[in-house]
Design a protein around this ligand. Structure first.
Ligand SMILES: NC(=O)c1ccc[n+]([C@@H]2O[C@H](COP(=O)([O-])OP(=O)(O)OC[C@H]3O[C@@H](n4cnc5c(N)ncnc54)[C@H](OP(=O)(O)O)[C@@H]3O)[C@@H](O)[C@H]2O)c1
Length: 265
């Protein structure tokens, strides 16, 4: 694979734009390395112009230009768009971001010789702080996988998982931002109730969540130990922890993952 590969997005909606924005922000790719197609030309042209990347009229044009193709249409359209570019896929690296499309499903529809990997990114990739869960079963060569990692690791923690864990890993990382945002909003509401300005409350709550996550990643500390470290005996934090436990905080979060996984199965 070339050092400076061309990355082509088939579908340029929320997820593809988040990936492109992260890659450009972190300098992992230059605008001239990126191209994209979508359904509505005017919308695509505007989104491409905003990023100085090349808009393509068709998926065929993307597949012709790109070394690495990101399939970023809605899951129900995957079969249709890949059928239209079948002949161009062998020899390319295909990165799927479509929910529910695992290795086995792609094997059934892609021509042999297509090297593909199924992933589930989350939206914080747009600021270079994302997660890309990927199925450990894939057909990329060692060199291609290294290139995939080199491209995306500046914008995301890349976490390979077994096929059976793809769904729940995607739930945690992909739905989690909604839960985290609710937590941030609720923390801020609590602080605003006690007189902190709204702007300061959001700023502090968001940085607190980001910083706590980074601390855990950097140290590998058990989250329970991190909680204990902030709770001095008879102190104030344990009062808050106790109030959260009374309201079933952790049970509610576990239940949210359960509810999503039950709906998916
Ligand atoms: N959003 C997330 O947080 C998230 C997380 C993980 C995975 N994903 C996956 O990412 C994929 C895209 O989701 P999204 O949220 O980005 O959806 P989206 O915003 O609706 O984007 C879908 C894109 O596909 C384009 N499109 C539709 N028909 C097409 C066709 N025939 N050929 C080429 N492009 C076509 C749309 O074009 P127009 O805009 O012109 O209609 C749009 O650019 C899904 O498979 C989803 O499972 C999303």
């Amino acid at each position: 694979m070339k050092r400076e590969m061309t990355i082509g997005f088939i579908g340029f909606g929320n997820m593809a734009q988040a990936l492109a924005d992260g890659l450009l922000l972190k300098g992992a790719a230059k605008p001239e390395q990126l191209c994209a197609c979508a359904k509505h030309w005017d919308k695509l042209e505007a989104a491409a112009a905003a990023r100085n990347i090349h808009p393509c009229r068709t998926a065929t044009e993307v597949a012709q230009r790109a070394d690495l193709i990101v399939l970023a249409v809605k899951p129900y359209l995957i079969e249709e768009v890949t059928a239209s570019i079948r002949d161009l896929l062998p020899g390319k690296v295909v990165v799927s971001v479509a929910a529910g499309w695992n290795f086995e499903k792609y094997q059934a529809i892609l021509p042999s010789g297509t090297h593909h990997i199924s992933t589930i990114p989350n939206t914080p990739v747009s600021v270079g702080e994302g997660i890309i869960v990927c199925e450990s079963r894939h057909s990329l060569s060692e060199e291609e996988y290294e290139a995939f990692e080199a491209l995306f690791s500046p914008i995301a923690v890349i976490q390979p998982v077994e096929t059976s864990q793809l769904s729940v890993a995607g739930t945690l990382s992909g739905c989690g931002p909604a839960f985290a945002a609710m937590f941030i909003e609720a923390l801020a509401d609590g602080a605003v109730r006690h007189g902190l300005t709204r702007a300061a409350a959001y700023r502090l709550a968001s940085q607190m969540v980001a910083g706590t996550g980074k601390l855990q990643l950097a140290t590998g500390a058990h989250p329970g130990a991190m909680k204990d470290a902030v709770c001095s005996p008879g102190g104030t934090t344990i009062v808050g922890v106790s109030a959260l436990e009374e309201k079933g905080f952790r049970g509610a979060v576990i239940g949210a993952i359960d509810a999503i996984e039950s709906r998916r199965s």
